[in-house]
Design a protein around this ligand. Structure first.
Ligand SMILES: *Cc1c(COP(=O)(O)O)cnc(C)c1O
Length: 368
């Protein structure tokens, strides 16, 4: 049996007539940039998260950059985040000229260790930028207590956490603003590059809207200089259609995670992902851990099963970020997790039969 890591074609086949119609409407109306489809999507995505404002942008990376830029974070400022994330989180901080300051993760949900944040706060700290990694919310309550106490911004990287919840409330609405990604493989994926900023702050929203479009509110009246971070009409149209399915797809992802948990529960050599009492996990990725990670990955490949590594090299020891001055050994939990973690196939189109095949192959590997 061949099981891909994600199956975007299977998803398209299921919704093809609706997608094709929406795409043709864009082609017929030539509204290639922003326009009605993007506006409709922004309203629907904000509503789905019980947020006031959503701004469609060109990618998740750009969403993060735009937030930091609009808040006036820049040279001389520090932003606290984690080394166990996709590099885009760090790039956004570097792009505004600020300094990323890392805090290690915890072994429970692999998100920021909230007990280590306060030690990293200095007079230069402007914001805490936690990442809801793999679709599991960070423990936001202690983070909010710290950001209030020290007068810092909380910015959420929710790029992997569409519809995820913290204590019954959607993530993306806890801080001043949040970034979402619609990279094709994300839980809600565009057919190209796209992202969004979410905020409940109307003043910030207006500033973000202008910066997204060359600093103009009205054409050729540039209140600031900004950049071109506009969402394409085609992406807005695709996302409008797919958003209608997101809740159902999220349910199926959670059910698939339960199948995995069930079939893998009696294999002592692996540990399964935790779902903390405060979190509703949306399983962008399903992560297991084992000391034999690399051998298991190769074995599964031999059985036709594709897996992923998120992430194999922590950011503090990436060559391209050596400018930050960190050294190996500084974030032991992140480093340990990076050697043991393995992402199994996870998407709504995955069947119980496929999941049981993956789990049987894992059991076979440990019984050899
Ligand atoms: C995908 C992702 C991003 C970047 O999103 P793009 O749309 O690919 O630019 C940022 N942060 C995290 C945690 C991500 O997973």
């Amino acid at each position: 049996m061949n099981i891909p890591f994600v199956d975007l074609q299977a998803q398209y086949r299921n919704i093809k007539p609706e997608i094709d119609k929406a795409v043709h409407q864009i082609l017929d109306s030539s509204s290639y940039i922003l326009g009605k489809a993007v506006k409709d999507f922004e309203a629907a995505f904000a509503k789905a998260h019980d947020a006031k404002h959503c701004l469609g942008v060109s990618s998740g990376t750009d969403a993060l950059h735009l937030i930091l830029w609009a808040l006036g974070i820049g040279p001389g400022d520090e932003v606290i985040t984690v080394p166990n994330t996709f590099i885009a989180t760090i790039e956004a901080i570097l792009l505004v000229g600020a300094k990323p300051v890392f805090v290690d993760i915890n072994e429970g949900d692999y998100n920021i260790d909230t007990t280590k944040i306060e030690k990293a706060i200095t007079a230069k700290t402007k914001a805490v930028l936690p990442v809801h990694l793999y679709g599991h919310s960070c423990d936001l309550h202690p983070i909010l207590e710290l950001t209030r106490k020290h007068n810092l911004w909380l910015i959420e990287d929710a790029c992997q956490a569409h519809l995820a919840e913290y204590n019954g409330k959607k993530v993306g609405t806890f801080g001043i603003a949040a970034a979402f990604s619609f990279y094709p493989g994300k839980n809600l994926g565009a057919y190209g590059e796209a992202g969004a900023v979410m905020t409940n702050d109307s003043e910030l929203y207006i500033k973000l809207s202008k910066l997204r479009d060359h600093g103009q509110g009205q054409k050729y009246f540039h209140e600031y200089w900004g950049h071109n971070y506009r969402m394409e009409g085609l992406q807005g149209a695709v996302l409008c259609v797919k958003l209608n399915y997101l809740e159902e797809w999220t349910k199926v992802r959670r059910k698939n995670a339960q199948y995995y948990n069930h079939y893998l529960r009696e294999i002592p050599e692996i540990s399964l992902p935790a779902e903390m009492p405060y979190a509703k996990h949306v399983y962008h990725l399903y992560e297991i851990r084992t000391h034999k990670r690399d051998e298991l990955k190769t074995y599964l490949e031999g059985s036709g099963i594709a897996t992923g590594l998120h992430y194999p090299i922590p950011l503090h020891i990436q060559k391209g970020l050596s400018c930050l001055g960190y050294r190996e050994g500084e974030f032991p939990v992140t480093e340990k997790v990076s050697r043991e973690i393995l992402s199994l196939p996870m998407y709504p189109e995955l069947t119980e039969g496929q999941i049981s095949y993956v789990c049987n192959s894992i059991r076979e590997f440990f019984q050899r």
